[in-house]
Write a protein that binds this ligand. Structure first.
Ligand code: FAD
Length: 510
């Protein structure tokens, strides 16, 4: 008899979700995580003594209500604190654009840039709700083909809308809705597609905007950092009997003539199971844990070609006081207003950041999503001290000039310089800082090429083409081997959906 019904490789949040569902259906599950703690890219770490940070992901916006409720996450300590505004954008000339929960309040802010743009805001929201209402119904189901998606809206006004959504660029859309360049910069977001003028940018961005269907109480900053998502999932899974082994590396997947049947650890220990589920990324799983010599020959080239080219920076700082943003809020200055900030003053600024990275250079002026969660969450550091993080867009996987170890310091310093345009006293507040480059993200989390979503979410790796053309979903072409991580549909972000869908695919199959 095999040692376990299922072995799950990796302890990312999706693997924990998958483990929780399998155990609730009566399977005996062993989950093996390489690091000493679970969570993968959903973790809280004490990066500087006395300062705890969400080391990779930092905002909870797509975690599925069904997963939260089914796995009773709130019972195990998961709690979300709301952000308002989300985000606030400072401009170096002293103007600000804060996006409040209240539509009218946000329109008032927009009106100081352009009355037309203020009037367009409800239509912008309606556009994304309409887009998400086509894609979101598939979030917790196996991935649809383009034909299935089209069939779901055939004969309705959404048919022409979907045709356009599939090809329009984010740049074209933003220009269509907004006239002011500063406003356009604020609303432009291209994620992994990167190039604002690339076809399909809006289609892939719909993945992110599926958060239109997240419950308001599930959107915001996680109290205790993102690691509390993983910890609550792990506690919930343990309660259902899942064995979780941390600090243990799976070296390879064992296969016999019937398919996957266990794993070998890096100390040579072999553990058998009826099936193997990998929460590691698809490239690492297929090319590393299975290996090109044991992969079906026709999969080797497509596995190598899976796209992991879009990369980002993650910057962390420990602060002994808050940087001064008061010039942006002359009337009243509630520190919570600066919990979430975006820096992207124009579309040209965004395009430059992308094109520099696409040609092998770290963005000299990155687009930034800045977070100071400690103004809302008092568990991260001592009173009066703060933690700040920046998600920086974009960075090449392999820099053209030198390697990331040589570039880290100067790239981090220039990122601080850019931030100082908005908060001139920032350097006086810094206790310490650290920059995670794509190479660091790979080293720390074992994300191939530091890819934050395991594979780029681009048209050719979206929906049924994820992880690859001809094989969308969770069961790999190797009998008994499944994927459950962000490289599967619906894709990266902290959703729990990949783990949920993989577990259901497994339960349907056995
Ligand atoms: C810098 C950054 C910022 C992000 N920001 C956000 C955000 O704000 N909001 C959001 O929703 N999403 C964000 N994301 C994306 C999101 O965090 C990821 O897409 C998601 O966490 C992936 O989860 P996962 O469970 O699929 O895989 P992972 O979190 O990648 O987990 C995989 C796990 O497998 C383990 N592993 C791999 N190989 C082995 C092996 N051989 N043996 C044992 N263990 C192994 C790894 O150590 C890792 O713990 C961000 C990601 C990054 C990196």
């Amino acid at each position: 008899m095999p040692d376990h019904d299922a072995i799950i490789i990796g302890g990312g949040h999706n693997a924990l979700v998958c483990a929780g569902y399998l155990a609730r259906s009566g399977l005996d599950v062993l989950l093996i995580e390489r690091r000493d703690f679970v969570g993968g890219a959903t973790a809280t770490e004490e990066l500087f003594p006395g300062f705890r940070v969400s080391s990779c992901s930092y905002i909870c916006h797509l975690l599925q209500a069904k997963v939260i409720d089914d796995l009773e996450m709130r019972k195990y300590g998961f709690e979300v604190l709301p952000l308002d505004p989300e985000p606030f954008q400072p401009y170096s000339d002293g103007r600000r654009l804060a996006r409040w929960h209240s539509l009218e309040r946000t329109q008032e802010e927009l009106a100081s840039f352009s009355l037309r743009d203020a009037a367009a805001l409800p239509e912008w929201h309606a556009f994304w709700r309409r887009a998400a209402s086509i894609v979101y119904p598939w979030f917790l189901r196996p991935p649809p083909t383009r034909e299935q998606l089209r069939a779901s809206v055939a004969g309705t006004e959404d048919a022409a809308f979907l045709d356009r959504l599939m090809t329009v660029s984010m740049g074209e859309l933003v220009r269509e809705f907004f006239e002011d360049e500063a406003v356009r910069g604020s609303f432009l977001q291209v994620q992994d597609v990167g190039d604002p003028e690339a076809s399909g940018g809006a289609f892939c961005y719909t993945h992110i905007r599926c958060d239109a269907f997240s419950r308001p109480e599930d959107v915001g900053i996680v109290r205790g950092g993102m690691g509390m998502i993983a910890n609550s999932l792990a506690d919930s899974a343990r309660e259902q009997g899942v064995q979780i082994r941390t600090g243990t590396i799976v070296e390879r997947i064992v296969m016999d003539s019937d398919g996957a049947c266990g794993v070998v650890l890096d100390d040579g220990t072999e553990i058998s199971s009826k099936l193997v589920v990998s929460g590691a990324d698809p490239k690492r799983t297929l090319l590393g844990l299975v290996g090109p010599d044991r992969l079906p020959a026709e999969l080797v080239a497509p596995a190598r070609e899976m796209r992991t080219r879009t990369s980002y920076l993650k910057f962390h700082a420990a602060l002994d006081r808050l940087p001064d943003f008061s010039r942006y809020f002359p009337d009243s200055y509630d520190p919570r207003y600066i919990a979430s900030m975006k820096i992207c003053p124009s579309m040209d600024y965004y395009a430059k950041a992308w094109h520099e990275a696409a040609t092998g250079r770290p963005a000299s002026e990155p687009v930034m999503e800045v977070q100071i969660p400690s103004v809302i969450d008092d568990t991260l550091t001592e009173p009066g001290q703060h933690v700040m993080s920046v998600w920086g867009l974009y960075a090449p996987v392999q820099p053209q000039d030198g390697d990331w170890d040589q570039l880290r310091e100067s790239v981090g310093e220039s990122l601080i310089d850019v931030l100082c345009r908005y908060a001139p006293d920032l350097r006086d507040c810094l206790v310490d800082w650290s920059l995670f480059t794509p190479a660091d993200l790979e080293r720390r989390v074992w994300l191939t090429d530091g890819n934050i979503r395991h594979l780029d979410i681009v048209p050719e790796q979206y929906l049924d083409l994820r992880p690859m053309r001809g094989w969308g979903g969770y069961a790999t072409p190797i009998e008994g081997l499944y994927l459950c991580g962000a490289g599967t549909h619906p894709g990266g972000e902290v959703t729990g959906a990949c783990g949920h869908n993989a577990a259901h695919a497994i339960l349907d199959a056995i």
